[in-house]
Design a protein around this ligand. Structure first.
Ligand SMILES: Nc1ncnc2c1ncn2[C@@H]1O[C@H](COP(=O)(O)OP(=O)(O)OP(=O)(O)O)[C@@H](O)[C@H]1O
Length: 276
């Protein structure tokens, strides 16, 4: 097993943030972790990467026990944390990669750095200082930094945030390519479009895993129609083929402000959990 968590608990100031989390991830999986703000996604990722120590339970990565054998495990892990600020702003993109390659003792670092910078569309910016980079460029450089030592497992927290739609597509396509070459990917993300259909989606809520299945098994093909009728907000859920009929009904009831949007994971789950 590539990653294994057994009965993991973690709390801050008497509040449980992870509650009895059990998780097994096999080599080569593409795993996406989603869930509402504060549900424990980043804490889970930090525990897997060995940056936080669980209060109870066990974490293993490639059979290394993460508390005792973190140093060995860190060589096979590539990590990007949410809001990570590990880049050197007074160095160029290329110089940053040289520093991190040095930490891992990467031999042919320049060749690797050139490839990663090119693959991530940073080729023209490689000799610019990082302080001159945009947020999206820094995100991409963090990803290049996480990949400089050819890790077997990539742990990524919100790397797609702050990227424009084209960059999101480019980064997802690179992640898919890495995954097809055998890299195990664990990605915390609110963006689910464009991820591989056979990716595994783990949904967290209040420190627990509440759903764990193929992304394609979660149905996002429903539409949400909102409208105002006699001053009251109404919400109607419809399948694509029912849309015309539902709209006709609403118009007959003198609905105003009619809006149609695609249902997202969070509203699907909220309905399943019978929340208002
Ligand atoms: N170092 C810390 N000290 C105290 N509380 C913390 C700490 N880190 C996280 N928390 C709390 O733990 C809970 C879970 O946080 P976490 O960052 O894991 O959630 P998340 O699902 O990643 O949220 P988001 O989607 O907002 O990034 C939150 O209530 C947060 O305030």
């Amino acid at each position: 097993m590539t990653i294994e968590l057994k009965e993991v608990w973690k709390g801050f100031n008497d509040t449980h943030v992870l509650k009895d989390v059990n998780l097994k991830i096999r080599e080569g999986e593409f795993v996406v972790i989603a869930g509402e703000n504060g549900s424990g996604k980043s804490t889970l990722l930090k525990i897997i990467s060995g940056l936080l120590i669980p209060d109870k339970g066990e974490v293993r990565v490639f059979d290394y026990e993460m508390v005792r054998e973190w140093k060995k495990a860190s060589k096979i892990l590539g990590v990007v944390l949410a809001n990570e600020r590990s880049l050197y702003w007074k160095l160029t993109g290329m110089e940053n990669l040289e520093v991190f390659a040095g930490l891992y003792g990467v031999k042919n670092w320049r060749e690797k750095a050139e490839y990663l910078l090119k693959r991530l569309g940073l080729e023209d910016a490689k000799d610019k200082l990082v302080e001159e980079y945009s947020t999206g460029m820094r995100k991409k450089l963090l990803l290049a930094k996480a990949l400089i030592h050819d890790p077997k497992v990539l742990l990524l927290d919100e790397v797609l945030n702050g990227l424009d739609p084209r960059a999101v597509t480019e980064v997802i396509s690179f992640l898919r390519e890495l995954n097809s070459r055998g890299v195990t990917i664990v990605l915390v993300s609110h963006i689910l479009h464009g991820l591989p259909e056979n990716a595994r989606l783990i949904v967290m809520r209040e420190g627990r895993i509440i759903a764990d299945d193929r992304l394609s098994r979660f149905s996002f093909d429903t539409l949400k129609i909102t409208a105002t009728i006699n001053g009251k907000e109404v919400e109607v859920i419809a399948r694509e083929e029912e849309l015309d009929e539902k709209l006709r009904e609403l118009i007959k009831r003198n609905a105003q402000n009619i809006r149609v949007e695609r249902d997202d994971l969070y509203s699907v789950l909220r309905r399943l959990l019978n929340e208002p």
